[in-house]
Design a protein around this ligand. Structure first.
Ligand code: PXG
Ligand code: PLP
Length: 447
């Protein structure tokens, strides 16, 4: 059935590629030599020309349970035919209530309320707004500054790019938000190259938060937002003790700590959330991607009980938070999420990721010593492989590997000269073997 629904673009219909302005893509390069997927199942995509491609990236870090899972398809199909849409502004339907309750049971500490969005970017905007509004409803309306981190990625909306720390996603877009500071990133090959799991050097970099507080005074600071593991900028792992230290400093000064778990949530580190993995409980968590296995767009913000409770004051008929999306808690997304959580649970996929992590680690580090490999790093089922750039041509070497890998049947993701891997958590050891033997060959070829 899947095959019948696909619409392979032939060479003659290539002009059909023109209208779509592709996101985060070299449009002209892509459109002269497109890479098109037409169907997917479990660990593999099928390309337009009928080749199988092993999914080394779970799509874009989202298809944690593998592709086209019947249970999700069935849930989505049933939902769309039963209640396609219902408002959640001053109205309700069962989906988001059931899903929020289920998520609350999975959450660490006293995080127990859920605000729904449609993407990670929207989850980040919502979290930043909730953080500022929270201080205001607590009578501390001067706490408005937001602190992000260099090399952080928090989506593409104005709040997210302001706290984010990637020059290319910021520099075209003007003045951004006022009142934002950045912590230094923690990636340092001189100290941390070839770390297995968390690097031991670098926890002291969290102490820069003390200097930012000294500069602005805690009474002006709302929140610190970090990715527990930075994914987009090339798998940057938190040094041992670093996140704990951030938590301590935030506690000392009444600053909210936000973990952006859009990538690390839902099993990537072998736990429900990175917060659990690292034993550090933030005040707010943002998620997306794996919440629906990538099937239907959805994001969410999880907050501690005290944050939700702080808003529940004033007359009962007053709207407590003037924020929300038309599609917050969309019925079809909720159905996809419920079925996804069923699969994660029934198949014990987070445990599975945990059990496979050491085999994965060995495989990742087997690339050490191959041409141009200047770092290999891993945590859970994530890997970063950093290559020495070709002088004067940053990112060309990794992009060449990406194209070769795709042509040979493996989907990898590259950012700059870093290869990032994050396959679906249903993977078997033989997939790991295949992935790394293909990569080793490609690295030798590109020498
Ligand atoms: N926060 C984090 C930590 C993310 O990784 C977002 C927010 C934004 O989510 P949306 O759903 O708005 O894209 C992300 C998204 C990559 C890659 O290859 C990473 C993301 C998206 C696309 C590609 O590293 N992360
Ligand atoms: N723009 C206009 C003109 C709208 O009417 C709306 C929602 O009603 C939006 C933007 C926001 O859309 P969404 O709620 O899907 O984010």
């Amino acid at each position: 059935m899947v095959q019948e629904l696909t619409h392979p673009l032939s060479a003659e219909t290539r002009s059909e590629l023109d209208a779509f302005w592709m996101p985060f893509t070299a449009n002209r390069q892509f459109k002269t030599k497109p890479r098109l997927m037409v169907s997917a199942k479990d660990m593999h995509f099928t390309t337009e020309d009928g080749r199988q491609v092993l999914d080394g990236t779970a799509g874009l870090w989202c298809v944690n349970a593998g592709h086209c899972r019947p249970k999700i398809i069935e849930a989505v199909t049933k939902q769309v035919a039963t209640l396609d849409f219902a408002p959640t502004f001053q109205m309700g339907h069962p989906g988001p209530f059931q899903l929020a309750e289920r998520l609350a049971d999975m959450l660490p500490g006293d995080l127990d309320h859920v605000f729904f969005t449609n993407s990670g970017s929207e989850a980040v905007e919502s979290a930043l707004k909730i953080a500022i509004a929270y201080h205001r409803v607590c009578g501390q309306g001067t706490r408005q500054r937001l602190i992000g981190r260099e090399r952080g990625y928090h989506g593409v909306n104005f709040g997210g790019i302001s706290v984010g720390g990637i020059s290319t996603v910021r520099k075209f877009f003007g003045g951004l938000l006022n009142g934002v500071d950045h912590l230094p990133h923690t990636h340092d090959l001189e100290h941390n190259a070839f770390s297995k799991g968390q690097p031991t050097w670098g926890s002291h970099l969290a102490d820069d938060l003390e200097q930012i507080v000294a500069l602005h005074d805690a009474s002006n600071i709302a929140a610190v937002i970090v990715e527990p593991v930075a994914g987009s900028t090339g798998v940057l792992l938190p040094p041992a003790g670093y996140l704990q230290r951030l938590r301590e400093i935030c506690d000392k000064y009444g600053i909210l700590l936000i973990f952006d778990e859009v990538i690390t949530g839902f099993g990537r580190l072998g736990s429900s959330f990175a917060a659990e993995h690292f034993g550090v409980i933030p005040d707010i968590i943002t998620v997306a991607k794996g919440i629906t296995n990538g099937t239907i767009p959805m994001g969410a913000v999880f907050v501690r009980k005290q944050i939700y409770d702080a808003f529940m004051h004033g007359p009962d008929n007053a709207i407590e938070l003037f924020h929300g999306y038309t599609y917050s808690g969309h019925p079809v997304a909720c159905a996809a999420a419920m079925a996804t959580l069923d699969i994660y649970e029934e198949e014990g996929l987070f445990h599975r990721a945990n059990d496979l992590a050491s085999y994965w680690e060995d495989a990742v580090h087997s690339l050490r010593g191959l041409p141009h490999v200047i770092d290999t790093r891993n945590l859970g089922i994530i890997a970063g492989i950093e290559l020495e750039p070709i002088p004067g041509q940053p990112s060309a070497r990794a992009f060449d590997c990406f194209v070769r890998a795709y042509e040979q049947g493996l989907l990898i993701r590259t950012t700059g000269d870093i290869i990032a891997l994050s396959p679906p958590l249903i993977l078997e050891k033989h997939h790991i073997d295949q992935m790394f033997s293909m990569l080793a060959d490609i690295l030798r070829e590109t020498a």
